[in-house]
Design a binder for this molecule. Structure first.
Ligand SMILES: Nc1nc2c(ncn2[C@@H]2O[C@H](COP(=O)(O)OP(=O)(O)O)[C@@H](O)[C@H]2O)c(=O)[nH]1
Ligand SMILES: [Mg+2]
Length: 329
């Protein structure tokens, strides 16, 4: 399961949003961790089609990191897979765009100081070594990272390729992580200008109040504030999308379920997400896209219509593939 860390200036509403998430949560865990289900409308559709007894969505864990921008807080944030930057767009003097700048600058400075230390160490280690070794490659990547940060470019925008990113990930830089910006809005207000594309608006306080209610009651109360859809689901979905994952699905009488794999995973790796036996004994996978399956109206019909593809070990799984793994152990 992946972790999303909440970050923002004090009073932005992180803990309020966290409380709302906790109330939709599926399990406790530590008091500053909320495990939530990732909303996915496809699951209900498949479950109905295949008469599944159970629906199992993906999960993601939100962490309300204590200590904010202190060394301890930043260290905890480094351990997460993505960041959810909360900015205050409610109350007097709200300036969410400026807050976002402030948070970005803090994260950037934290990375700069880390990269500086790492660069010094790496230079010391490579003294007298020939160019072209792994250690000198590390120095050159760190030098570029340092240059980028010193000129106020976050690492995600600094043009590193996948191999260089891998090297940098050892330092767990904050500005290399994917971010979702959440604007904590006045009840019923719309998104203010000046925030990046993809910013999710939510009114954390009202969401925290309604998250524990019966869904119909919650909808009524939200409607009174002019909110037609709970914003919490959008926060969860956007945070999940920011993680570089793809979801594939399985469906049958037992259950309809979402699974997650890294982008680029092959069919056996996907099978391994279900169970290690399925990866070890992988023979082939029957695959159909969610859309084709729904258009066909069911697995058996899709099969008769020739919509199921038989894929082998090299097949790269795509978002929304519905898989049936054949295996032998
Ligand atoms: N009006 C309003 N107040 C909020 C909202 N979200 C948080 N607050 C209040 O703002 C204050 C700071 O919120 P908190 O979640 O503790 O912020 P944190 O420091 O980022 O964790 C608290 O008094 C909250 O009750 C909101 O959506 N609307
Ligand atoms: Mg707090």
């Amino acid at each position: 399961m992946k972790d999303v860390g909440l970050v923002g200036v004090p009073f932005a509403g992180k803990s309020t949003l966290f409380t709302a998430l906790t109330r939709t949560g599926v399990s406790g865990g530590r008091s500053n961790q909320a495990v939530v289900q990732v909303p996915d409308a496809r699951l209900g559709v498949l479950a109905q089609m295949e008469r599944s007894r159970k629906v199992v969505p993906s999960q993601v864990r939100f962490v309300d990191v204590p200590g904010g921008a202190t060394a301890q807080g930043l260290a905890a944030l480094r351990e997460t897979d993505a960041l959810c930057v909360v900015v205050r767009a409610f109350g007097p003097g709200a300036n969410p765009a400026a807050e976002l700048e402030e948070v970005s600058a803090e994260l950037l400075l934290a990375d700069l100081s880390n990269v500086e230390t790492a660069l010094e160490n790496a230079r010391r280690r490579t003294k007298g070594r020939a160019a072209g070794t792994a250690a000198t490659q590390e120095v050159s990547v760190l030098e570029r990272a340092h240059q980028a940060l010193a000129s106020e470019t976050i690492l995600r925008d600094a043009g590193f390729d996948e191999e260089e990113r891998k090297l940098l990930r050892g330092l767990a830089p904050l500005t290399l992580k994917p971010w979702v910006v959440v604007a904590n809005l006045e009840e019923g207000a719309s998104l203010p200008e000046g925030l990046p594309e993809g910013t999710v608006g939510v009114s954390a306080e009202i969401e925290a109040e309604t998250a524990a209610m019966d869904p119909d009651e919650a909808r009524l109360l939200l409607a009174e504030f002019g909110i037609d859809e709970p914003g919490l689901d959008r926060v969860i979905a956007a945070s999940y999308r920011a993680l570089d994952l793809i979801a594939f699905l399985t469906t049958g009488e037992d259950e309809t379920r979402a699974w997650e794999v890294r982008r680029g995973a092959t069919a056996p790796e996907a099978a391994g997400a279900i169970h290690t036996d399925l990866q070890r004994g992988f023979i082939r996978a029957e695959v159909v896209s969610y859309d084709d399956l729904v258009a066909a109206g069911g697995w058996d019909t899709a099969k008769h219509k020739g919509l199921l593809r038989v894929e082998g070990k090299d097949y790269v799984v795509r978002e929304g593939d519905v898989l049936h793994v054949r295996f032998a152990v």
